[in-house]
Every structure is written in C-alpha cells, then in structure tokens.
Design a protein around this ligand. Sequence first.
Ligand code: MLT
Length: 407
Amino acid sequence: MVKINENYLKLPGSYLFSTIARKVKEYKEANPAANVISLGIGDVTLPLPAAVISAMHRAVDEMADKSTFRGYGPEQGYDFLRNAIAENDYKARGVDISPDEIFISDGAKSDSGNIGDIFSADNVVAVCDPVYPVYVDTNAMAGRAGDYDEKTGMWTNIVYMPCLEENGFLPQLPERRPDIIYLCFPNNPSGAAATKAELKKWVDYALENGSVIFFDAAYEAYITEDDVPHSIFEIDGAKRCAIEFRSFSKNAGFTGTRCAFTVIPDELKIGGVSVKSLWNRRHTTKFNGVPYIVQRGAEAVYTPEGREQTRALVAYYQSNARLIKSELAAAGFSVSGGVNSPYVWLKTPDGMTSWEFFDELLEKANVVGTPGSGFGPSGEGYFRLTGFGSAENTREAIERIKAVFCK
Ligand code: MLT
C-alpha cells in the first residue's frame, strides 16, 4: 500500500500563523462590530514603490508584444536582477559575490524551507529558541527533527539555543555540535541584532566544526546600527561555511508579489562537493523561476528612485516599531527589539502566558499580535508586535493596549 510521509503526522497543530488567522477569523465572526487591528504576522501594508510599479507596467507591455514576449526564463533568475543584487547588496558593501552565486526565488520562506532537500536527513540541526517556525517544521517534515515532545515543546533531535533576556536574546555556542545552524539576524521574532564580532564567533565555530550556517537576512533593511553586518558574507571565512537568504518582502513590500534570493558561494564545499551545484540541480528541477514582470519590479528597487522609495517604506515601519517600543516601555512594559528590526518583543505582564496575553489582547483591546511561545519554548511569556501596520492603527493599538493593561 502507498505510504505517506509519516513525519507530517508528528507535527503539532497547524502552522503558527494559520492558527492565529483562524482564531482571529472566529473572533471576527462572533464579534462582527469589532474593529480588529493586526500587528501579528509580519505583513506589509503600504503599496509597492512607484518605481517598482512603473517597471512592472513596462514589463507587462513587453509581454503583450510578440517581439518582446518572454516564456520560461532562466530558473536561477534573469541576469539583470542577479547583476543588480551582486552590485548593490554585496559589492557596495565590499563583499565580492558573483551573480552566478545568486538564485532568484519566490521567497526566503520557501528557500529556507527547501534548502534541506540537498542535505542528508541525519544531520543535526541547531536553531535559536525562539525561532521562525519554518526552520523547525521543515526539518520535522524531512525527518531530521526526531519526535515532538509535548511536555517541553521541543523536538528530540533538534539543538535549541535559548535566546533570553539574560543573554541579550542572542544564542550561545551549543554544547552538542550541530551540522546545520540556522541564524536569523536581525532576528525574527525577538528583533535582536548580531554585531560583527558576534557573527564572527559563529563563522569561526562553523569552520572549526565543519558545520554550515543558514543565515536568514530577510530583515537586513531595518539595520540602523553601524556594527551590525547586513550580510554574513561581511565576515571573513563565511563564504566557506554559509548560505544566505534575502527577500524583497520586508524592504520593498513584496510579501504578495513574491521575490527573494539565496546566495551560495562557490567556495562552499562539503566533502569536495559544491553546495551551489546541488542547489542549482534542485532549483532547475523543481522551480520554474520568478515571473519576468516581478523580476523587473525587483530590479527597479535598485534604481535611484527605487532606493529612495524603498528607504521611505522601511523608515515608515521603523518609526512604527520605535513608537510601539518607546510607548510601551514608558507604560511600564519590558520591551526589546525595534531598533534594527520591525519587531518589538515584549514580556507579557503579570506572568501571563503568551497565549493568555494573545486572547486577552484580542478580546479586550481587539489587537492581534503573535504569542512568543508559538516560536518555541523560550518564547513563553513573550509577545511579538510588528511595525508593519499603518501609523494610525499602530497608535490606536498602543492606546488600546495601555488602556487595558496599564490601569
Ligand atoms: C512573520 O510574521 O514572522 C513573517 O511574516 C513570516 C514570513 O515572512 O513568512
């Protein structure tokens, strides 16, 4: 008889953001008059930059003309976009990445989830705790996580690196040697950022131990501090031990438009095998490329107008995050993040669990956030709010939170 992938049966409940969406939908159905403000999932609310829209309009017109129409494009992405990324995201920061080390894709979520395809199922994986749930769930699906322990909320084969207040929400080197280390900086969910010295510690560790770092830099546009690298490849030696995931979602508003990229340097070899060549094999086999129109839109992010408009979008969300942080701190909440990140990480008041706070916030303030425990056991007692709402809704949500919890 046909067999299913039984690893899926081990997954607890549904994907975090689907659970939240369901709860919010149920609440709205039961309370149709409620004006619910979402500061939950990290989804942008402002439209795409004008430069991106114009470029996509031009690309649509090209698709309407026989002489400029395009069918399948290169799976790895068009040269115009790979060149623009190499030039602007890397060369401009003193990092030498060649366009053919860049793979255009439809999302950092997909790539950070799919990258496991090219690594053996018996690798030991380490994640920060709390963690973006995609890293854990996709390893569980691949059979790399062992079994889920309901009591601890942990998978038996995953190495969890607690990121707590006492360590500045930064992971410490693990006692058990992992083969694969997921790092996300600026961090989702805590908003913590890693300095150059901090990242060097991880690159040195990976090189000494023969591990690979999967570095998720989806939030690099939010970095405001000088000693925080935008790319892991700013660290010497990283090209021999790291893969980087980037996205146009959080900087240029592509959450619904879908465009991202993954960088795998030629120097990254395992047992003499080029990791880039394996990913190229996977990508060309399982993926047909991002639409031409979308890639032209992404290319426009790097034009002078596109850069300015993108900076304005990021500044808008940054200012929301700063406001959430400063207002809630002034109201007596313990808050972090929000400096190099659109995410603010707050400690739940009065020892409430993350989900208790979620329910109370939804019911009494009609505000949606993300429970910290949904990101892992060390997230218990924490709560994530995003700066991605509108400025008006953000202000309104802050006032409502204060009215309910700061009597
Ligand atoms: C989040 O809220 O953590 C993000 O929106 C998730 C994502 O980008 O997939």
